[in-house]
Design a protein around this ligand. Structure first.
Ligand SMILES: Nc1ncnc2c1ncn2[C@@H]1O[C@H](COP(=O)(O)OP(=O)(O)OP(=O)(O)O)[C@@H](O)[C@H]1O
Ligand SMILES: O=P(O)(O)OC[C@H]1O[C@H](OP(=O)(O)OP(=O)(O)O)[C@H](O)[C@@H]1O
Length: 232
């Protein structure tokens, strides 16, 4: 058995993940052509690199098909039910920052907080006969957050991309999505609720609690974590 390390194969987290390991003396790199999803880890024995989509890494960690994985904390918390029992967050990596927030149209002058949203949702239902729609791909995190905040009179509509556009397109009244610079929100005339921060995400190194670890894997894992300055 080898220890399997899953890293993003493309997208915004890939290069920075490679840099993060390189800064700590572990060289991970793609092998083959730019389009080939294979890679190698140099500097520590017994580790196999798996190049995966950032969005799939949570599932692979939860099922134990990979032992270690790098992905956004938002994706792990959204995609793994009971994530704290299935994976361990070993180290926040200091990049890939993004905030999962709730935003409403900037022109809603009376709505700045979750309490305001709750009141607006009740009024919306009375006026329109259906519940206020919040577009998101983060169903689990949004449901838990709004339940804890006491907001109930809404419905989620699924949006797998261009979520900020759903308000203009009249398929939702509010959104819950990731923001980093805030440009997309501004461009779509949306404002963040003052207490509408659901999760502060960043790229994080996770360890699977469900994977099988042979004696050799444990030795190699300890060696890797020591080299990364995470030995404890
Ligand atoms: N605008 C942004 N700025 C910085 N980080 C972001 C931004 N939008 C999303 N992210 C973060 O990037 C991570 C997802 O990375 P990326 O968008 O490269 O993958 P993806 O396209 O969702 O994955 P996949 O390869 O599965 O399609 C998430 O953890 C998310 O929080
Ligand atoms: O605050 P900003 O810097 O403007 O970034 C926020 C945007 O980035 C992400 O979209 P992404 O680029 O992943 O595309 P998507 O719409 O397909 O999710 C996110 O969903 C926002 O739309």
């Amino acid at each position: 058995m080898t220890l399997k390390l899953g890293v993003p194969s493309k997208g915004r987290l890939m290069e920075k993940t490679f840099d993060w390991f390189a800064e700590r003396g572990i060289s991970i790199a793609r092998t083959g052509s730019e389009r080939e999803y294979s890679g190698a880890v140099e500097g520590v024995e017994g580790i196999e690199l798996m190049l995966l989509s950032a969005g799939e890494i949570p599932r692979e960690l939860a099922s134990g098909r990979i032992h270690l994985g790098v992905t956004g904390s938002d994706l792990v918390q959204e995609r793994i039910a009971d994530w704290e029992h299935r994976v361990l967050a070993l180290e926040p990596m200091g990049f890939g920052y993004a905030d999962l927030i709730i935003a409403v149209p900037r022109c809603w002058a009376d709505v700045d907080t979750l309490d305001d949203l709750d009141a607006a949702a009740a009024a919306f239902r009375a006026a329109h006969g259906h519940r206020l729609r919040i577009a998101t791909k983060y169903h689990r995190l949004v449901r838990v957050f709004l339940r804890d905040a006491g907001v109930a009179d809404y419905q989620l509509v699924d949006s797998q991309g261009a979520t900020e556009g759903t308000v203009k397109n009249l398929t939702a009244e509010a959104i819950a999505d990731i923001t980093s610079t805030g440009e997309t929100l501004r461009a779509n005339h949306l404002k963040i609720l003052s207490d509408g921060l659901i999760h502060r995400s960043q790229a994080t190194l996770f360890k699977s609690r469900s994977a099988e670890y042979s004696d050799a894997d444990r030795v190699n894992l300890r060696e890797l974590l020591d080299r990364l300055g995470l030995g404890r």
